[in-house]
Design a protein around this ligand. Structure first.
Ligand SMILES: Cc1cc2nc3c(=O)[nH]c(=O)nc-3n(C[C@H](O)[C@H](O)[C@H](O)COP(=O)(O)OP(=O)(O)OC[C@H]3O[C@@H](n4cnc5c(N)ncnc54)[C@H](O)[C@@H]3O)c2cc1C
Length: 473
């Protein structure tokens, strides 16, 4: 093997002697993969097919010691580093071109302690891994809506999903974490240890270190939850969405309703004549008693004349994976997102105009419903600042053909601009594409400067920079 050319933190390149790679190989319980070797492509391939980057080498870690050794090498050689867990982030920062990729996707252990109602989760675990294990004990913690998403990136950005209104954000349920810092030390963070770092990790993304283990609080839930879809023709959305807003505003914490606008997928319960036509879908989940749930969803079910209504008890793990077929890896994706405290009729009109001209059949706009328990935590209690957001819009463009890149991206940007006057100005950091780094300050609002100060103390060289980067004070 010849010397390896690797990209450095200064954005230049340098040669690493072949012996250095051999030494790293010898130290890891996991493996080191170079281009063309086993595991290299698996590690560098992520959910968003727009991202096709080729690191110089990949450390496929199996434990915290592997991560420490990889960080030590990167520090000594001043290498550019990317950190990958589930590989789902839209921005693609999980992979770098030319640098060292620290791949955690093989660290997938989930250990539930039913007696204390807690779980220890490694960073490579997906939401499906976590949910399946926790549900074996009738337990859950709030996660997202697509089961192949990584627990790690989701948690570090904040994390919300079907049970957030009842149990809070994912970070509100984080008890502690093991973190490898930029000086290659393993520290445990919690309300009692390294409180500042614990505060920053709960929403601050991958800016502060590499988490090798998360400890979560769990809540009794399931095994079944009342959940499902109600599908309406898009033409009725102008009258139905203000009603959705009213019902969502009055909903108990247990009830979460998302509105999705897109072309109808070929769902088995939809008459075939609707396949491929524009529809409004209400996706609802009640995280509590089944009978109470039936009462709570009644006003939603009473709206209009739906094409289909398939709300019924579902296994929670199945409901958590209900959207997976629409969100498979391998497509090209670009997102634009806004937070809303209210969702005025004028915003609804702009969105509906845009949905009538979707640039590809897989594009959609969804309005996530948050609030409840999430809103009752102080905005400065964790790094995740946007506690007053009640609706989160995501313009999710998705297509297959590279030739459609500019049309799809332009459509999302146009919708983003047109809805901006009605939005609150903040944004969920995990929904930001790569070209939005200038929005990071807005994502953290009043918490940004505290984050910048913690960044200065824990990562003065900005060693962890492949992320929605927080600049030091
Ligand atoms: C289809 C889809 C649906 C989604 N739905 C939801 C949803 O319902 N709710 C929600 O909250 N979010 C949702 N998201 C957003 C999701 O939370 C983020 O994409 C998240 O970053 C994914 O985590 P990951 O581990 O898969 O990401 P990765 O791409 O592996 O990592 C993302 C970034 O996090 C950092 N990072 C990753 N692991 C570590 C670690 N162990 N230590 C330090 N830094 C690390 C790195 O900077 C990396 O670039 C969704 C995303 C997709 C693609």
């Amino acid at each position: 093997m010849t010397d390896l050319t690797v990209r450095t933190l200064e954005a230049s390149t340098k040669k690493i002697p072949k012996n250095t790679v051999a030494v790293l190989r010898g130290k890891l319980r996991g493996t080191v993969a170079l281009p063309g070797e086993d595991g290299y492509d698996a590690a560098r391939t992520i959910w968003n097919a727009m991202v096709d980057r080729r690191p110089a080498l990949v450390a496929r870690c199996l434990d915290a010691a592997d991560v420490i050794n990889a960080v030590k090498l990167a520090r000594d050689e001043k290498l550019l580093v990317a950190v990958r867990s589930g590989g789902h982030n839209i921005a693609g920062n999980a992979v770098c071109d030319g640098g060292l990729l620290i791949d955690l996707s093989l660290m997938k252990s989930v250990r539930v302690d039913p007696a204390s109602g807690t779980a220890r989760v490694e960073p490579g675990a997906t939401l499906a891994d976590f949910d399946k294990e926790a549900q074996a004990f009738g337990l859950a913690t709030p996660l997202g809506i697509n089961s192949t998403t990584g627990v790690a990136g989701l948690t570090l950005g904040g994390g919300f999903g079907w049970t957030t209104r009842k149990f809070g954000l994912t970070v509100d349920n984080l008890i502690s974490a093991d973190v490898v810092t930029a000086d290659a030390k393993l520290v445990r963070v919690s309300e009692k240890e390294h409180q500042d770092l614990f505060w920053a990790l709960r929403g601050g993304g991958g800016n502060f270190g590499i988490v090798t283990s998360f400890e979560f609080k769990l809540h009794p839930l399931g095994p079944e939850v009342l959940s499902g879809l109600i599908v309406h023709p898009l033409e009725k959305a102008g009258e139905l969405l203000p009603e959705f807003r009213r019902i969502a505003n009055e909903a108990p914490d247990e009830l979460t309703i998302w509105a999705v606008m897109r072309k109808a997928p070929p769902l088995p319960f939809l008459p075939t004549e609707w396949h491929g036509k524009e529809v409004l879908i209400f996706a609802a989940c009640y995280s509590g008693d089944m009978e109470e749930g039936q009462k709570a969803v009644k006003p939603l079910r009473a709206l209009g004349s739906p094409i289909a209504d398939v709300i019924s008890p579902h296994q929670f793990t199945d409901w958590q994976a209900a959207f997976d077929p629409l969100l498979t890896p391998g497509a090209r994706n670009y997102w634009k997102s806004h937070d809303f405290t209210d969702f005025p009729n004028a915003a609804i009109k702009v969105i509906l105009d845009a949905v009538r001209s979707l640039p590809s059949p897989e594009c959609e706009v969804f309005i996530a419903h948050v609030g409840g328990a999430m809103a009752r935590v102080d905005a400065n209690a964790t790094a995740w600042a946007n506690r007053d957001a009640h609706f989160i819009m995501n313009a999710h463009t998705r297509w297959r053909d590279k030739a459609q890149d500019s049309a799809c991206i332009a459509w999302a940007r146009q919708l983003f601009e047109a809805t901006a006057p009605f939005a609150s100005g903040s944004v969920y950091v995990n929904f930001m594409p790569e070209d939005e780094n200038e929005r990071v300050e807005k994502a953290y609002g009043a918490n940004y400067w505290r984050l910048a100060e913690i960044k200065r103390r824990y990562d003065p060289d900005n060693f962890f920079r492949m992320n929605q980067n927080i600049r030091q004070t």
